[in-house]
Design a protein. Structure first.
Length: 116
């Protein structure tokens, strides 16, 4: 199983980035997909999850700024991040959580740095 995250980088406050997570080795549609992040010295926290386009969940801190989506045909998860703030600086991790079984996978993460 591989969850390959990409798209991180350095951006100024107010800018945008789009993260992608390419999944392989799993039945993509059988998983709730999500993004989590971990800032230096802090615990990993939920950013957003998606089951379908009509079933998404966001942390309060990113609502209205971030949009999570998935392309089941491409086995790919996305996170569009707009109006980025320095507080969004973190390593962003892709997560796959099986809908029924207690099985979950993590990607290696991609670093997002927002400068003020």
């Amino acid at each position: 199983v591989q969850l390959q995250a990409s798209g991180g980088g350095l951006v100024q406050a107010g800018g945008s980035l789009r993260l992608s997570c390419a999944a392989s080795g799993i039945n993509f549609m059988a998983y709730v997909m999500g993004w989590y992040r971990q800032a230096p010295g802090k615990q990993r926290e939920l950013v957003a999850t998606v089951i379908s386009s009509s079933s998404t969940n966001y942390a309060d801190s990113v609502k209205g700024r971030f949009t999570i989506s998935r392309d089941n045909a491409k086995n790919t998860l996305y996170l569009q991040m707009n109006s980025l703030e320095p507080e969004d600086t973190a390593v962003y991790y892709c997560n796959a959580n099986h809908i029924i079984r207690r099985v979950a996978y993590w990607g290696l993460g991609t670093l997002v740095t927002v400068s003020s």
